[in-house]
Every structure is written in C-alpha cells, then in structure tokens.
Design a protein around this ligand. Structure first.
Ligand code: UTP
Length: 476
C-alpha cells in the first residue's frame, strides 16, 4: 500500500468532514489498513454529502399536494382482458420478458441464518423460496417454449451465500447461463451528526441501499446491457419473499404493453385504511406511492366509504413491470430519485475503540424504493389483484405477513385448484389447518394446466400432499 493511497483517502475524508474514519489508523495492521482504504474508496462521497445535508443535518419538509386522488385500478376481468392475455403471452414467447428478483435485503425480522430466498418455505418439501421461483420459471419456459432470463439482485452481505446456495442446488435445473446475480451498492450509515460510523476500527458500518438500488445496480453491473443483448424489453420485478407471486404474468404484461406504460404495478385492496402497506395515489396528478408511515401527514388517505372500506384502496404489493428503456432513463436522472432515511440501531465503534451494541436507534440508514420510480413513468398502470395466489409477503415467522400465514394462504389457494379439478381433499377447519398442500409450479403453471394434468392424479387426498416438479406425489 502506498502512502499516496493513504494521503488521497485522508484528503477525501477531510474534504467531506469524515476524517474521523482514520482515528484508529495507527493501531491497524497492513491488511486492516488496506480494508479501510478499500471501503473508503467505495463510498460515493458527493452523493453522501447530499444525503447527509438534506436528510440528517436538516429535516426535509413533508411534500405538500393540493389534491390527492385514488388511482384507477384496472380490474383483472376488464373488457381488454383477453386481448391483454394474448399480447402478454406473445411477448413472453418472443423472449421480450425477463424475471427480476430483488433479494438484497437483510431479512432482519425473519432472523433466518442465511439468505431469505433460501428459507425452506415448503412445509412438506422444505423447498426454498428460490426453488419455488425457479420452478415457476421452469414451468413458464416449458409452457411457452421460451427462455426467461432471471436476474437476481443480492448484496455484498449475502451475495456469496446466495450464489453458493444455487450452485449446491444445481440451479434448480435451470440453465445457469440464464441466471445472473449482481450486487447492489452498500450505503454508509451515519450518526445523528452526519458522521459515517465504523463497524470495526477498519470497516465502515454500511447497509444495503433499498430495493430502489436496483436502478443503479442494473445499469452499473451490466444487467441492462445483458437484457438488451438478449432482446429483453420488460423486466418482471418481484421480491424474493413473496412466495405466491407470478414470475411473469401474461395478463399483467399485456395490459402494461397495451397501455404503453413505462412501469406498472399490481395492487391489492387495502384491508383497512391503516394497513401497513404503501398507498398508490395521484398527487397533483403525478403517480406516487405514499408510505404507511406517512398516513398521518395525508389524513385524506384514511377516508372510508359507506361500507367502511378504504377510499384509497390500492395497496402496494411490490410487484412491478419495468421497461428496460425506462430503467436507463431513471438511471440517467438518478439525482432526482428520492432517498429516505431510517433511524435504526447500528452497532458501531466508540471513540475508545470498543464495540457499542445500542438498545435504541443511534444512527441513520439511507434507502431508495423502487416504487418511487413510478412518479417518472409514462402511463403507469395499476392492475388489481386478489391476495390469494399473488401476494404472500414473508416478514416474520408467525402473525401477519409470515411463514405461517403464507403456508396457510398457499394451501387455501391450491385447495381451490384441487377442488376445481374434482379432487376431494379434507375440509379445512379454522385458520390453522393441520395439513398442507404444495403444487410445484414447474408441473402446473396455472389452474387450467393443473386441471388438465390432474387427470393422472388420485381422485382424493386425505393427508398433506405435495406434487413435485416431475409429478411425483409426496404425502405425509
Ligand atoms: P424488505 O424491506 O421487506 O426487507 O424488503 P427484508 O430484507 O425482506 O426484511 P427486513 O425489513 O430486514 O426484516 C422487501 C424486498 O426487497 C429486497 C428484499 O430482499 C425483499 O425481497 N431488498 C430490500 C433488497 O433487495 N435490497 C434492499 O436494500 C432492501
């Protein structure tokens, strides 16, 4: 390591008021010094200065709107449904669609030891979230006779473990050439004075910069170029922890294309005006998603109609379509993209070099959210979905948005397929059925295909049953 490196980095940190990052320099060994310099060189200092000044040193005022209106939700069975379904299928067949999963989060609430996508969600099979998504893609490739490339955003904290998991699982029988992992940027955490925090004397405390970081990562890691070289025009975006999500839904894709939308969303109806999900709305005619933490700033979002339902009904499900060309456009103007701060407990090094594990928030993490791109989109479309079979976000083990709730939801959903195909199954009692169902999406991509293939299945099941990708039946 040259002194030149050291002095350049020292100058940089001094210029941006972060020279304390060198406080422990004299105590570091050669390797530790190299790690510190590398982690400093990865910081985008001008961007951090802007974030610190605009979000930490000053409290940004809430945005004010003259008028906030609900978005119009397209009903799934609207008059254009058939045309949209056909258009979407044609785009999938023509190889214009790729799947894009964001899996760079820390999964703090679930507290699982490993990448969240490797969580064994299948109650009988133990199959992981990643395996389910992979089998959906296999099913779609078979059904439409096409290839759906799969882009997976990870973070430097879980990237190696995610890649190793796929390798160990033999890429779930997908062609590894069509699966591309890429890492999102980590953003330094800062204390209440706007000083970057150290996790150890030679490593900055950093955190993944939110799913909006996919915009920068898609471009800077060459994924957008890969998509363009394959002729892909639309990215089917979903979050790794939504077990139910359709990896590429022809109806949604067709509506998006017919409306010439840059970016579209699937929205479920909010359970209550206070449900903890973002709300899709039009603020002074611009499409926005207002976070549930901001509901009290915009009390009109709490309105209910005569039946007690939320007037602003469109809840954010984290399912989108993004045109490849649109991602490039927002990247080119990323300085306009809104950032958010979150006050969190961040373990860090005290001035005397000892580790401090706070029991109350002590610093800020910075994030961007993909749904904020909607404000820049032409003709954004919102398609209404039912939660069942579309939306099972897994944040905790039990309770709302949990592993337990997702297993119940998918059992309910697949029960409907089975009953529809004339298969007798035990009746569910209460909300905690003692038995579970799983159907591999590689075996049946949708209810119609299941009904056709179900002719080879027994006419009744009396215990928990999983139908695997090759049609094998597992009963317990
Ligand atoms: P969440 O914000 O729910 O975070 O992410 P999480 O990591 O799943 O869980 P908690 O909040 O730490 O408990 C929603 C989706 O966005 C991805 C996650 O991997 C998940 O699929 N995400 C989140 C990223 O890809 N990068 C991020 O920086 C944050």
């Amino acid at each position: 390591m040259s002194t030149m490196d050291e002095s350049t980095h020292r100058d940089l940190t001094e210029q941006y008021g972060q020279s304390h990052l060198f406080d422990f320099w004299e105590d570091l060994n050669h390797n530790e010094k190299a790690i510190l310099l590398r982690s400093i060189s990865e910081v985008k200092f001008p961007e951090m200065k802007r974030l610190i000044e605009s979000l930490v040193i000053t409290e940004p005022p809430a945005e004010y709107y003259d008028e906030i209106k609900p978005v119009d939700l397209v009903a799934p069975k609207d008059r254009r449904a058939r045309e949209a379904g056909d258009a979407g299928e044609a785009l999938i067949r023509a190889g214009k669609v790729a799947c894009f999963t964001v899996a760079g989060g820390q999964g703090t609430r679930l507290g699982f030891d490993g990448p969240k996508g490797s969580y064994p969600i299948g109650a009988l099979t133990g199959h992981s979230l990643f395996q389910y998504h992979a089998e959906k893609i296999r099913g779609l490739q078979r059904y439409y006779g096409t290839v759906l490339p799969w882009y997976i955003m990870v973070s430097p904290a879980n990237g190696d473990a995610t890649r190793a998991f796929f390798k160990q699982q033999n890429y779930f029988a997908l062609d590894p050439a069509n699966i591309l992992f890429f890492e999102q940027q980590m953003i330094p955490c800062v204390n209440e004075k706007g000083k970057m925090m150290l996790e150890t004397p030679f490593r900055l405390a950093v955190s993944p910069g939110g799913h909006g970081g996919s915009v920068q990562a898609l471009v800077e890691k060459g994924i957008l170029a890969d998509a363009a070289s394959r002729g892909v025009e639309i990215l089917s975006y979903f979050q790794v922890d939504n077990w139910a999500v359709q990896a590429a839904d022809p109806l949604f894709i067709g509506h998006h294309a017919l409306q010439q939308s840059d970016m579209s969303s699937k929205c479920h109806r909010r359970n209550s005006p206070r449900e903890a999900v973002g709300v899709h709305c039009l603020c002074d005619q611009v499409y926005r998603v207002i976070e549930y933490s901001e509901l009290d700033i915009y009390p009109q979002l709490l309105q209910v109609d005569a039946s007690g339902d939320a007037v602003f009904s469109a809840g954010n499900s984290g399912i989108h379509l993004l045109n490849v060309s649109f991602v490039q456009d927002i990247y080119d103007h990323f300085e306009d993209f809104p950032w958010h701060k979150a006050f969190k407990k961040i373990p860090c090094i005290r001035e005397d070099g000892t580790l401090f594990s706070p029991d109350a928030p002590n610093g800020y993490k910075f994030e961007t959210f993909i749904f904020d791109a909607l404000r820049f989109a032409r003709n954004p479309l919102a398609l209404e979905i039912q939660r069942l079979g579309e939306y099972t976000p897994i944040k905790d083990y039990d309770g709302v948005n949990s592993v337990v709730a997702a297993r119940q939801s998918m059992t309910d959903y697949w029960s409907g397929w089975m009953k529809g195909a004339g298969i007798a199954i035990p009746e569910q009692s209460g909300s905690n059925a003692a038995w579970q169902l799983e159907i591999s999406p590689a075996w049946a991509v949708n209810r119609e295909e299941f009904a056709e293939r179900a002719q080879t299945l027994p006419k009744s099941f009396d215990k928990s049953t999983a139908i695997l990708a090759d049609g094998t039946i597992l009963s317990k």
